[in-house]
Ligand binder design. Structure first.
Ligand SMILES: *Cc1c(COP(=O)(O)O)cnc(C)c1O
Length: 416
C-alpha cells in the first residue's frame, strides 16, 4: 500500500485516496484508543479490498438502482429561478428510499459488513435519520441492529425511534454526558470495540477515525458523479457556476463536491450559524479525527444549536476542513430565520417541501442573490421535508416550546 497523502501529482484529483494515515492536509487521522486501532485497520483493509472488486461494486450498484431508486433526478426550477434571478438546479436526493442521501452510505457499509462476515450492526444517531436508514438496510440484509441515541434525542425524536423499532432495530439510550449525539457516538464506539468479532460500526457521516471519512465519501461519490453527468447534459457540456450543499458532518456536501472538485465550479458549504465549526476556525480532535470543531476556550466541545437537528453536530468532516484551508471550498453560516423562509419559498414556488438541512443551502442563495445574479447554481436537495413539517408548523404557530429550538441570532462572517 502506498501512502499518497503527501505525494504531489498534478494529474491526481483533489479528492484522492488519503493514504494509510487517512490525512487530508493537516486534518483527519486516527485518534482512537489503542484497542480500536486493529478494528479500524481491519476495516480499512476490507474496504480497500471490496472497493477494488468489480463484483462488490456491481452488487452495490444494483442495490442503489433497484432498492434505493437511483439515479435521482435533476430538476430545473423555473419559478424559483425567475424569482431569484439565477438559474437554480436541484439534485433530488429527497427522492431516494428513506428520503435522503443517507441510504447511499448505509447500503455501502452494510454490504461491506456482510462481506466481512459481521452479523450485527451498531450505529449512532442524533435526529434519528441515520438510525432509520441503518435499521432499513439491516432489515434488508437480515442483520441484527442496535442504534445508540442520546436520551434527550430519544424523547425529542419519538417518531423515528418508533420507525427504527418497526424495522426491527433495538434503540439504546446513551445516558452519559449531555445525552445527545456526541455521547451516542462514544457509546457506539465502546460497543464496537467490545464485540468487534461479530459487530460492524456503521458511521453516519464523513467523520470519525480513518477510514470512515474517506470510505463514506466514496459511498456518496455516486451522487456527485450523477450530478456531473446530468449537468453536462443539461448545460451543453458545461458545469454550474456554483455548487451548494448544507454541512452537518458533511457527507451530502462531500458527495456533490466530489463530482465538481476538479472543475471550475465554485463550492459552497452552508452551516447553521449556531453550529458553524468551520466559521469559528478552531482545530481540535473529536471522535477519532482532527478537524474544525466547536469548542470553548478550554478546548471543551460545545453543543451546536440549530433549528435542524440533523445539523446539530459540533464538528465537521476533516476533508471539509482541508478544502476550507486550501481555499477550494468556502463555508458560510445562515440563521434559523433565513432557513425557515427558504423552506417556505421552495414549497411555494416549486411544490417541493425540503428538509430543513438543504433549506440552509437555499437560504444562503437567497441572501447572496445579488452576487449570484445570472449564474447557474446547483443545490444538493439532500432530503425531503416530511420529517420537519410538524416542527415548522409549531414554530410558525408561535408554540413557545418549538420556538426554543430556533436561534434568531445574526450570522457571523464565514471563514474563507
Ligand atoms: C443527516 C442529514 C444531513 C446532514 O448530514 P451530512 O453528513 O452533513 O450530509 C443533511 N441533510 C439531510 C436531509 C440529512 O438527513
Amino acid at each position: 500500500m502506498v501512502d499518497t497523502a503527501s505525494s504531489v501529482d498534478e494529474h491526481k484529483s483533489l479528492m484522492d485516496d488519503p493514504g494509510q494515515r487517512g490525512r487530508f492536509g493537516r486534518f483527519g487521522g486516527l485518534y482512537v484508543p489503542e484497542t480500536l486501532v486493529p478494528a479500524c485497520q481491519e476495516l480499512e483493509h476490507a474496504f480497500r479490498d471490496a472497493w477494488s472488486d468489480p463484483s462488490f461494486r456491481a452488487e452495490l450498484d444494483e442495490l442503489l438502482g433497484n432498492y434505493a431508486g437511483r439515479p435521482s433526478p435533476m430538476t430545473e426550477c423555473r419559478n424559483l429561478s425567475a424569482e431569484l434571478g439565477m438559474r437554480v438546479l436541484l439534485k433530488r436526493e429527497d427522492l431516494n428510499h428513506t428520503g435522503s442521501h443517507k441510504i447511499n452510505n448505509v447500503l455501502g457499509q452494510t454490504l461491506l459488513a456482510k462481506r466481512m462476515g459481521k452479523t450485527r450492526i451498531v450505529a449512532e444517531t442524533g435526529a434519528g435519520q441515520h438510525g432509520v436508514a441503518t435499521a432499513t438496510a439491516a432489515a434488508f440484509f437480515g442483520q441484527d441492529c442496535v442504534v445508540y441515541m442520546g436520551e434527550v434525542d430519544v424523547r425529542r425524536q419519538a417518531l423515528n425511534v418508533f420507525r427504527m423499532r418497526l424495522l426491527g432495530a433495538e434503540v439504546r439510550s446513551a445516558l452519559s454526558g449531555s445525552r445527545t449525539l456526541k455521547d451516542a457516538v462514544n457509546e457506539a464506539m465502546r460497543d464496537w470495540v467490545s464485540s468487534v468479532e461479530s459487530t460492524y460500526y456503521c458511521l453516519g457521516s464523513v467523520m470519525g477515525p480513518h477510514p470512515y471519512p474517506w470510505m463514506v465519501r466514496e459511498f456518496h461519490r455516486v451522487l456527485g458523479q450523477e450530478a456531473f453527468d446530468q449537468c453536462r447534459e443539461l448545460l451543453d457540456g458545461g458545469v454550474p457556476d456554483v455548487v451548494v450543499a448544507a454541512v452537518g458532518g458533511g457527507s451530502n456536501a462531500i458527495g456533490i463536491f466530489s463530482g465538481f472538485v476538479d472543475t471550475e465550479a465554485e463550492l459552497v458549504g452552508v452551516e447553521p450559524a449556531g453550529g458553524s465549526a468551520v466559521g469559528r476556525g478552531l482545530v481540535g480532535v473529536v471522535h477519532g479525527s482532527m478537524s474544525y470543531l466547536m469548542q470553548d476556550e478550554y478546548g471543551q466541545v460545545q453543543e451546536a444549536q440549530s433549528v435542524s437537528a440533523g445539523l446539530d453536530y459540533p464538528g465537521v468532516g476533516p476533508e471539509h476542513a482541508h478544502l476550507a484551508d486550501i481555499g477550494r471550498a468556502r463555508y458560510e453560516p445562515v440563521t434559523d430565520r433565513e432557513v425557515l423562509d427558504a423552506f417556505e419559498l421552495l414549497a411555494r414556488t416549486e411544490g417541493i417541501i425540503p428538509a430543513l438541512e438543504p433549506a440552509h443551502g437555499l437560504a444562503w442563495m437567497v441572501r447572496c442573490r445579488d452576487e449570484l445574479a445570472g449564474k447557474t447554481v446547483l443545490l444538493n436537495l439532500s432530503g425531503r421535508g416530511d420529517k420537519d413539517v410538524a416542527q415548522v408548523q409549531a414554530i410558525l404557530d408561535g408554540d413557545p416550546e418549538a420556538l426554543e429550538t430556533v436561534d434568531f441570532g445574526e450570522a457571523g462572517n464565514g471563514h474563507q
